[in-house]
Design a binder for this molecule. Structure first.
Ligand SMILES: [Zn+2]
Length: 214
């Protein structure tokens, strides 16, 4: 898909959009959040600057994963009891596909949204109990639930595929199934289901370096 040039309604700077399903962009010039509505761009006058920390992951860099070459185009930071973690949005435009690279104090995991997801008639957050096993679908038929908590959206940058706001609360339940990580994220009235695998910091760094070398 060709890069689509939009103009920031707050400052007039170009607002490059690289992913078809982007719903929000943080302008790199004025830092305002721009909502992409069906027929208009709407500036939300909020600035959500993220305090930098020592990560080798950066927006606009590329990430090699198997046969996929993904561009890092967005980031959401979540605050929770033990600190914070970042979710980097990776997209591969030719496939309209996206992944999240989860980074928590040097620990990485890569998550993809479950294609069999059915969010209607799904479990509510309250229904799910730690230590129990749940059926999600035929591919995830016995997920053991091991963590349940809430987090707050501390900030974001770049492109985001859904509408969120700073300080918004998100509930999540983490589970495991056959060595894979399963994460259920409740944002607004939707539940997003992701399946992930841990990757070492070394592998993550190499995935980035490999792209830089090309
Ligand atoms: Zn702007």
């Amino acid at each position: 898909m060709p890069l689509q040039e939009l103009i920031c309604p707050a400052c007039g700077a170009p607002l490059p959009k690289k992913f078809r399903f982007t719903r929000m962009i943080v302008c790199e010039y004025c830092n305002n959040t721009i909502l992409l509505n069906a027929d208009s761009l709407e500036a939300v006058k909020q600035k959500v600057l993220l305090a930098d920390y020592d990560s080798f992951v950066k927006i606009h860099s590329f990430f090699h994963w198997g046969d996929n070459l993904m561009e890092i185009i967005g980031r959401v930071r979540y605050q929770y009891e033990a600190g914070f973690w970042d979710e980097w949005l990776l997209v591969e435009n030719s496939k309209d596909q996206y992944w999240w690279l989860h980074e928590d104090e040097g620990d990485f995991a890569i998550f993809i949204e479950n294609p069999e997801e059915e969010t209607e008639k799904f479990y509510t957050y309250e229904e799910l109990k730690i230590g129990s096993e749940i059926y999600i679908n035929d591919f995830l038929n016995k997920v053991f639930l091991c963590e349940k908590a809430q987090a707050t959206i501390a900030g974001f940058e770049g492109e985001i595929p859904y509408v969120i706001a700073p300080s918004q609360t998100m509930h999540y339940v983490d589970g495991i199934y056959k060595g894979k990580m399963v994460s259920l994220e409740y944002i607004g009235d939707k539940c997003y289901i992701y399946v992930g695998i841990p990757i070492s910091a070394k592998a993550a760094l190499e995935s980035l370096k490999k792209s830089l070398a090309e």
